[in-house]
Each structure stands twice: as structure tokens, then as C-alpha cells.
Design a protein around this ligand. Structure first.
Ligand code: GAR
Length: 214
């Protein structure tokens, strides 16, 4: 069973989706720790509900990003973490930690990358009147939201949809696809080799792309 760390900054609904899937044995892994850089993140309450060890590493208390990341790394090393999931973790990680964990650290991003890296993805989609929107799950590299893509889930954007409705639909997709991908990684059916995402027992070229009617 793989040892998973989930890094959060906010609500933690994706943390909860992973925790639920672990409880139901739908993920061949165990959450060994939840790390939040925000002391009052609601995700910490969710961690408590699932009896998960949680650690607050408040970035604002560190003199530099490197010191903050060293503290994160201390726990990842100590707990011998195999898979690190950035699930709504809103700090940019530097090259030391991303290089060290390249191939072990994945990020969930609410857009169909390479479209809209960074913030305000839902707003951008609505303002640009895009016909589709979605989520990406990718390996983390030193470049923001630009590591090798593992999977994407797309939805059709309805015209005149409010940002909150769109965001909720995106969350629904995230809560389905993220636990599935975490399980595939824990089972070593998906891994990174020479910068290329490998899908074991599968002839596919390119990443997983699923459409959702949510
Ligand atoms: C998710 O929608 C995730 O895609 C996004 O933050 C939300 C966290 O929700 N991540 C990013 O924007 C990262 N750039 P949650 O705290 O309820 O899981």
C-alpha cells in the first residue's frame, strides 16, 4: 500500500474525496498526512473527521520559500511518502522540492491545461465564452502548472452559467477523476519515465481524456 500525503490550502473537498475512496478501498493507498499551509483551512476539519494526521506549515512564518519547503520535505521524508497530491494547495513550489519529487508529486488544476495556468480559471472560461472547461491532473515540475499531463476531465459550458455553478460542476469532476488517478498511480499503472507519462497495459499515446455530463 502506498503512503500518500495530501497538501491543501483551503476547503479540502478533494482531500475528502481521496479520504473517502481510501476508506472504501478504492485506492490502494493510505493517507499518511495532510499538510496545510493555512492554519484555519477547512480541510483540516475534514482531516479530523477521517482521523488523518494533519500538520500545519504556515508559509508566513518562514523567512524564505526554501525554508518553508524544507519543512514540508522534512515530513515527506520522515513519513516515507510515496505519492504527494497537491489538492487545492495554493503555494508555488520551487525547483529543489519539485525536482526531488518529480514523478511522485501530482497537482490538480481547474482548467484544461495548457489553457489558463494560475488563478481565476473559471472566470477566464466565462469571459472568453469557451464552450468547454475542465480539470487537469499532472506531474509537478518546477514550471507553474506545466508538468506532464496525466489526465483531463472536460465538461460542456452552458451559456449564462454562473461562476459558482461552473465551479461546483468542476468540483464534481475533480471528486471522480482525482481518486481514480491516485489509485492508478498507487497501483503503478501510471508512472513517469524519462519525462513521459507511461500507462501500463495500455497502448495509448497521450493522456487520459474523459468527458463528464455533470
Ligand atoms: C480545486 O478546484 C483545485 O482544482 C483548485 O483549487 C480547488 C481546491 O478545492 N486548485 C488550484 O486552483 C491550483 N492551482 P478543495 O480545497 O475543495 O479541494
Amino acid at each position: 500500500m502506498k503512503k500518500i500525503a495530501v497538501l491543501i490550502s483551503g476547503s479540502g473537498s478533494n482531500l475528502e474525496a481521496i479520504a473517502k475512496a481510501c476508506e472504501k478501498n478504492e485506492i490502494n493507498g493510505e493517507i499518511k498526512c495532510v499538510i496545510s499551509n493555512v492554519p484555519n483551512a477547512f480541510g483540516l476539519e475534514r482531516a479530523k473527521k477521517y482521523n488523518l494526521r494533519s500538520i500545519v506549515i504556515d508559509h508566513s512564518l518562514f523567512d524564505s520559500r526554501i525554508e518553508f519547503e524544507k519543512e514540508i520535505d522534512k515530513y515527506l521524508s520522515l513519513l516515507k511518502i510515496d505519492v504527494i497530491v497537491l489538492a487545492g494547495f495554493m503555494r508555488i513550489l520551487g525547483k529543489d522540492i519539485t525536482n526531488k519529487y518529480f514523478g511522485k508529486m501530482i497537482n490538480l488544476h481547474p482548467s484544461l491545461l495548457p489553457l489558463y495556468p494560475g488563478l481565476n480559471t473559471h472566470l477566464n472560461v466565462l469571459q472568453n465564452k469557451d464552450k468547454s472547461h475542465g480539470i487537469s491532473i499532472h506531474y509537478v515540475s518546477a514550471e507553474l502548472d506545466a508538468g506532464p499531463i496525466i489526465a483531463q476531465g472536460s465538461i460542456k459550458v452552458n451559456s449564462n452559467q454562473s461562476i459558482s455553478v461552473l465551479e461546483n460542476r468542476i468540483h464534481e469532476v475533480e471528486h471522480i477523476l482525482l481518486p481514480e488517478i491516485v489509485n492508478e498511480i498507487c497501483n503503478e499503472n501510471i508512472y513517469l519515465k524519462d519525462n513521459i507519462v507511461i500507462f501500463k497495459n495500455n497502448e495509448r499515446s497521450g493522456h487520459i481524456l474523459k468527458h463528464y455530463d455533470v
